[in-house]
Design a protein around this ligand. Structure first.
Ligand code: UN1
Length: 497
């Protein structure tokens, strides 16, 4: 019997008011059911939002360092349970154990960062223009945050959002992706075990339309933080604007790695393999374009092809496996479709190219690591996000052309350049339009204490991670304290004439 999971609302585990459930299966072996989960509806959302709204009134008054102490405990519990959660995550969404351990570690790093931020949350004091008057600007919590997260980083991404939201004094309704509800449940259990009071974090499982959009439209939700596709992000932005909610969007990417003719090619090779095929290419930061200087095109391409063909596909729980499955049937179909589109457009498949078969692969959503050569910048496979193990390779003549090609997409999340020439590196840093640029490192690998986010249609200007996310989860309150004992009029009483 598959394990039966529940929602967590107002400090209690419960089924959905709908009475309906959905199943979650292992993408490497669809015979294995991870569990059944409530297919929640608007009534569940209403209950969760009401609980969060009520809890906000007391949680906002808990001193931030105390809230931080709870997050410290969360970090400790995540550390204790790292291996157990990593294994569950691999079974649930397929990426290899090395990476699911990294995913949990990102949550641990975020917890400890948030814990210490509870003792900072700096404001400003600024001299007043009037005598005997004190000016300050302080951060205050906003209210109820709806957290809507994807399946590719089932621990890291929820923690990027939930932990800072909590430290800042907000309460949360969390709607995880329906491909990774079990990992989300582990996080919820840890939050309660660490002492987060009832109603402060609520977990509602279910679909994007029924649960996600109900949250976005809810008049009692103040903030929405979403990571996912650009098309859904736009819809959220439109809907949320009706109630003037603050919205943070982390959306698609079409990240490029540039390899110049002076690059250390062995280093660039390791980088592109990790960037393109890590997490089966299912990261918003994945390297999905390789932009090669013509002088190294043939040589480097054959190096990458050779290695890509040797990557071992399979169940991510096996330590010798390099690449896991796509997360579900739909994602696999999208990958197959894009390979077809690439070929129709004139690209040449030089590695992989089809759904994988072979030992241990028959019951999973596996696709071969695929390389498309002779891609030109205008092709769809050079511009659209694929979210799978597909790398499009483009030849260029110069750094200027490489940057122009890198910028030739609606997205702007991550980017990378391999070069030994410091002038090339700094030009790339200046001219690539992306939220993140790596020099001599792949497009993936963001650290928890640095700003994370992108430009153009990758987002709406907010940043997760680091100190920057705390701007999203707080409102500035400006405070003037006049201790002169008389009416003092700014701009008037202190004017020369
Ligand atoms: C994502 O792909 O949505 O930089 C997040 C990275 C990870 C986070 C990726 N630390 O690739």
């Amino acid at each position: 019997m598959a394990k039966k999971y529940q929602n967590y609302i107002d400090g209690a585990w419960s089924d959905s008011a709908s009475g309906r459930t959905f199943e979650n299966r292992n993408p490497a072996n669809w015979d294995e059911v991870i569990g059944t989960f409530p297919l929640s509806n608007k009534a569940d959302v209403d209950r969760a939002v009401a609980a969060a709204r009520k809890a906000f009134e007391s949680w906002r008054l808990v001193p931030a360092p105390k809230r931080g102490d709870i997050l410290k405990k969360v970090g400790d519990l995540l550390t204790q349970k790292k291996e157990e959660i990593a294994r569950l995550m691999t079974r649930e969404m397929g990426k290899v154990l090395l990476e699911t351990r990294g995913d949990v570690q990102e949550g641990i790093d975020t917890a400890y960062y948030a814990a210490s931020e509870g003792r900072r949350l700096f404001g400003h004091t600024v001299p007043s223009e009037l005598p005997n008057k004190f000016n300050m600007a302080i951060r205050v919590p906003i209210g109820v945050a709806a957290i809507i997260t994807p399946w590719n980083f089932p621990m890291a991404i929820p923690t990027w959002k939930i932990f800072p939201a909590l430290v800042c004094g907000n309460t949360v309704v969390f709607k995880p992706a329906s491909d990774t509800p079990a990992t989300a449940t582990s996080l919820m259990e840890i939050l309660t075990e660490a002492g987060v009071p009832k109603g402060v974090v609520n977990l509602v499982h279910g679909g994007g339309t029924e649960v996600g959009m109900a949250l976005v439209e809810h008049p009692d939700v103040d903030l929405v933080s979403f990571t996912g596709s650009t098309s859904v992000g736009k819809k959220i932005s439109e809907l949320a604007s009706r109630t003037l909610k603050r919205v943070s969007l982390e959306l698609g990417g079409k990240n490029a790695q540039i390899v110049m003719d002076d690059a250390n090619l062995d280093l660039a090779l390791e980088g592109v393999l990790w960037g393109a095929f890590g997490t089966t290419g299912q990261r918003c930061t994945a390297t999905s374009r390789l932009i090669l200087h013509e002088k190294v095109y043939d040589r480097f391409l054959s190096m990458v092809v050779d290695k890509a063909k040797k990557l071992k596909l399979g169940d991510g729980l096996k330590e010798d496996v390099d690449v896991g499955p796509c997360v579900n049937e739909k994602q696999l179909a999208t990958v197959e479709e894009y390979v077809k589109i690439g070929v129709q457009e004139g690209a040449v498949v030089v590695a992989g190219g089809k759904r994988a078969s072979g030992d241990g692969l028959a019951k999973g959503w596996f696709h071969e690591p695929t390389i498309l050569a002779d891609v030109t910048p205008s092709m769809r496979v050079a511009r659209e996000e694929i979210f799978g193990p597909v790398l499009s390779v483009i030849k260029v003549k110069s750094l200027e052309e490489a940057i122009e090609v890198a910028n030739n997409t609606q997205y702007g999340l991550s980017s990378s350049i391999y070069t030994q020439d410091i002038n090339n590196a700094y030009r790339a840093i200046r001219d690539i339009r992306a939220g993140i640029t790596y020099v001599n490192a792949p497009t993936i690998g963001a650290e928890a204490h640095m700003p994370f986010g992108g430009v153009k249609e990758t987002g709406n200007g907010h940043r997760e991670g680091g100190w920057t996310v705390y701007d999203f989860y707080t409102e500035w309150k400006t405070v003037y304290v006049d201790y002169s004992g008389q009416l003092q009029r700014a701009q008037i009483d202190n004017a020369e004439n």
